[in-house]
Write a new protein. Structure first.
Length: 172
């Protein structure tokens, strides 16, 4: 219900910035995209039991490569495609043991359909993009504007993604 109130407030205010949203954190508390203002964020819907789960390695490597210049990679576990573990604790353990992740991670979240998180509803209303599978990616810039969306097949370290990220980061 809080997310419905949140999206209604954002829409009523005329703000459609992707930075206007929060996600419950898998570690407890909230992940507020506004806290990352002026930083690009790659939001990725993930699943532990998917054929694309190997992309966690690429997401961590991408984060490691660009975090000092400001990039955030946010994993959003989802069971919309019936390939996620049963609980956030299981997801957290799976990712720690198998991938040694330290990227920010939301709790298990709907990314499509009527229960989709408001961030994903906003992405859909602005771009028409709805995740069709796990490991779809949404790149937002430091203003919270959607820069690009990517399908599962686009690997995190692909030039397609890194060139867009590099254009958004301060020059080193």
């Amino acid at each position: 219900m809080r997310f419905l109130v949140q999206i209604m407030a954002v829409l009523a205010a005329g703000a459609h910035s992707a930075a206007a949203f929060t996600f419950p954190s898998i570690d407890g508390g909230q992940i507020d995209l506004e806290a990352w203002k002026n930083r690009p964020v790659l939001v990725v819907n993930t699943a532990s039991l998917c054929g694309f789960t190997y992309q966690y390695d690429g997401l961590q490597a991408l984060y490691d490569r660009y975090r000092d210049r400001g990039l955030i990679v946010l994993a959003v576990p989802s069971n919309n495609f019936r390939q996620e573990l049963a609980s956030g604790d299981q997801v957290k353990e799976f990712c720690a043991v198998n991938f040694n992740l330290d990227i920010p991670m939301a709790t298990i979240t709907d990314v499509k359909g009527p229960k989709a998180h408001p961030f994903y509803k906003n992405v859909r209303s602005q771009t028409g993009f709805v995740p069709r599978w796990n490991f779809n990616k949404v790149l937002i810039d430091g203003n919270g504007d959607i820069v690009e969306t990517y399908s599962s097949g686009v690997k995190p370290l692909s030039r397609t993604i890194t060139s867009k990220i590099e254009a958004l980061l301060p020059k080193s």
